[in-house]
Write a protein that binds this ligand. Structure first.
Ligand code: SF4
Length: 309
């Protein structure tokens, strides 16, 4: 898919648990991360929520990531929907899942998502006695960050801007912006929201989210380099655990941010971004890498795209 000379460089897929053959086809189609949330690790609660239908087999659902790995999907993303059951059990379930994947495949989860019960048209938080208060939620994110330091941790627009800001300090590394949760929500014609899967709390457009990150001294990175350079699965894990990946992350973040600033940003966001890029170049430790990055930044300004380390 191409828009204004830019293309979508990575497509992550979130579909129901399936068989090894289907995961193999997804891998062959070139997907990025395969994501599937457990909803709840508490078997009793899970079966109450899914008494019949395709999701009613707890083992089939829980062992999906094993089959995904067997089918070659070596970047997998896990998560639970906090609030369906006691958070202590869910947290330990998540950690044990990560530990199991590492032990069996040498590759822990590429990402962990931490959605929690939020209001939607047919959901009231009051109906869920295990719904998580903010104070516990922040601690839980921090514990996950420390326990699984190599993983990307994702927070969605379900959470408010204030909460997302706090969670960035607790260990969240990936956030969405300008999300739509209804069917066909990203079509150009605005659609009525009656199919929304959950209410969005942070409704700011992407440009505002990017500017907010910049103003808080974070570098919004649009980098997809690892996947495109074949640094997935155990190759990615070893670079990540040793910290060596950082040598690629900063220059790639600056170059992809520059592309965003050139192609999509408002004048205010562009000014904030240019200032942060200038300041952050000093954080690239290797002189040669810094020189190449400066050169590519200039080339991006002149219209070239898609550089990466
Ligand atoms: S180089 Fe860093 S920022 Fe880019 S995809 Fe790899 S880990 Fe992510």
């Amino acid at each position: 898919m191409n828009e204004g000379g830019n293309s979508i460089r990575r497509v992550n897929v979130n579909i129901a648990a399936t068989d090894v053959e289907s995961y193999r086809k997804l891998k062959a189609a070139g997907i990025g991360t395969y994501i599937l949330f457990q909803e709840t690790y508490n078997r009793e609660q899970y079966l109450k929520l899914h008494p019949t239908g395709p999701k009613s087999n707890y083992e089939w659902h829980t062992e999906a990531m094993d089959r995904a790995q067997e089918g070659g999907c070596d970047d997998v993303g896990i998560g639970v929907l906090f609030g369906l059951s006691g958070y202590r059990y869910e947290l330990v379930g998540l950690l044990m899942h990560a530990e199991h994947l590492e032990a069996r495949f040498g590759v822990g989860p590429h990402t962990i998502s931490v959605p929690r019960i939020c209001p939607a048209e047919d959901i009231s938080v009051q109906d869920f006695k295990d719904a998580l208060p903010d104070s516990i939620f922040r601690k839980l994110v921090a514990v996950l960050r420390v326990a699984v330091p190599y993983t990307g941790m994702i927070i969605s627009t379900r959470e408010s801007a204030r909460m997302r800001e706090q969670l960035l300090h607790c260990g969240i590394s990936q956030i969405s912006g300008g999300s739509r949760t209804s069917v066909g929500g990203y079509t150009t014609v605005e659609r009525h929201d009656e199919t929304a899967q959950f209410d969005i709390a942070d409704t700011r457009p992407l440009d505002s989210v990017v500017r907010w990150l910049l103003e808080n001294d974070h570098i919004p990175s649009f980098c997809t380099a690892c996947y495109r350079e074949g640094r997935t699965g155990d190759r990615f894990m070893s670079l990540c655990k040793s910290g060596k990946i950082g040598l690629c992350c900063t220059p790639n973040a600056l170059m992809t941010l520059k592309e965003y600033l050139m192609d999509y940003a408002s004048p205010e966001t562009r000014a904030a971004g240019e200032a942060l890029i200038e300041k952050s170049l000093a954080d690239i430790p290797l002189e040669r890498t810094r020189e190449i990055t400066v050169r590519h930044l200039k080339e991006i300004e002149e219209g070239a795209r898609d550089f990466r380390f």
